[in-house]
Design a protein around this ligand. Structure first.
Ligand SMILES: NC(=O)c1ccc[n+]([C@@H]2O[C@H](COP(=O)([O-])OP(=O)(O)OC[C@H]3O[C@@H](n4cnc5c(N)ncnc54)[C@H](OP(=O)(O)O)[C@@H]3O)[C@@H](O)[C@H]2O)c1
Length: 324
């Protein structure tokens, strides 16, 4: 089978497409013939050896897949060859076949196609956990989303609007902000050209925002924190700029606000039942057409490095998906 391989850490251009042996499922595992694999920011970090998890070299990036079960390992009861499934694999998905743990492999829900199935778990799972479980976002509250046209950002925009919040989307281009408006943002801020704090003041009549969703970090974090309402919640989601901000601790004191960490992967392991409930709610919204993935585009396997390059160059709006 063909696989995109990271043989040495580096930029997307250092990845190679090679023929490798088909893996055999061990106890509790399934072998999936991959149909589609979502592209996520952590993939770009894994190949540069900058992520929390460090798979041994060589490995294929690609953390969430959909496909068809080819073989099942010992003890797997709820899946059989031929079943259409989606799975969280962490890495290995930019390949024609991947091994997945049966416990994190779910039957493909009715009405959901392979491309959508491979591209909603990370982003909507993270953003729903952040807004529902961590921020406890309430209807009528104001939600500021930074990096709002990215994968997790656009999911947060849609979910915030669905949960009844007033959503302010902030991103770097007017075209990105147009998509955010289409998907539920009531107000938008181009943070490449506008003053973030001034615009937030205008939109909230000086009151500030109740919840900040921050997957970007860098220089936007402090002005966003300074723009919070009393008893606000600042969600620390990620650092796409590469800079982990250092925050003066007097700010949460003065604002009476909370700085709240979000780590969806660990939440899913620590609280599997709460995570499953979130997924059931998300899938229901997808089935009813209340949530829609904004697909940036699909890339054939050979172009998976280009998908990662586009993500690093801030060209991806919504989700990029690698298809076999
Ligand atoms: N905590 C968790 O559980 C969790 C789960 C999933 C992802 N994450 C993290 O969330 C962050 C975003 O992930 P994603 O999949 O949504 O990525 P993405 O689709 O690439 O979106 C990231 C956004 O950040 C902005 N950005 C600003 N500076 C950037 C830079 N130097 N390079 C790249 N993007 C930059 C871009 O928007 P503009 O061009 O509009 O500024 C981009 O749309 C990542 O740090 C990821 O590791 C965290």
């Amino acid at each position: 089978m063909k696989a995109i391989l990271c043989k040495e850490y580096g930029a997307p251009e250092s990845l190679v497409l090679e023929e490798v042996p088909s893996p055999t499922p061990g106890k509790g595992q399934v072998l999936i013939s991959v149909k589609a694999c979502g592209v996520n920011f952590p993939d770009t970090l894994l190949i540069q050896n900058k992520y929390q998890f460090k798979p041994p070299l060589p490995f294929s990036p690609g953390g969430e897949v959909s496909g068809v079960v080819k073989e099942v390992g010992e003890g797997v009861k709820h899946l059989k060859p031929g079943d259409a499934v989606l799975a969280l694999v962490g890495w290995g998905g930019f390949a024609e076949e991947v091994l997945a743990e049966a416990v994190t492999t779910l039957p493909l829900p009715a009405g959901i196609d392979f491309v959508t199935a491979a591209s909603v778990m990370y982003t909507y799972g993270t953003s729903y956990h952040a807004l529902k479980n961590r921020a406890r976002l309430q209807p009528e509250e104001t939600l500021l989303v930074l990096g709002a046209a990215g994968g997790v950002g656009l999911a947060a925009v849609q979910l915030g609007a669905l949960m009844g919040a007033r959503v302010i989307a902030a991103a770097s281009t007017d075209e990105k902000l147009r998509v955010c408006r289409e998907l539920g943002a009531g107000e938008t801020i181009n943070y490449s050209t506008d003053d973030l704090r001034e615009r937030i003041k205008d939109f909230t009549m000086g009151l500030g925002v109740d919840v900040v969703y921050d997957p970007v970090g860098g220089t936007f974090a402090e002005p966003a924190l300074r723009s919070m309402a009393w008893q606000g919640r600042y969600l620390v989601v990620g650092f796409a700029t590469g800079d982990i901000p250092k925050i003066p601790l007097n700010l949460p004191l003065l604002k009476g606000c909370s700085v709240v960490g979000v780590f969806w992967g660990t939440f899913a392991k620590q609280e599997p039942e709460a995570n499953l409930k979130n997924f059931q709610e998300l899938l229901l919204w997808f089935n009813k057409g209340k949530l829609q993935q904004h697909l940036h585009g699909t890339y054939p396997l050979v172009d998976a490095p280009l998908a990662l390059r586009d993500m690093l160059d801030r060209k991806v709006v919504g989700k990029a998906v690698v298809v076999m």
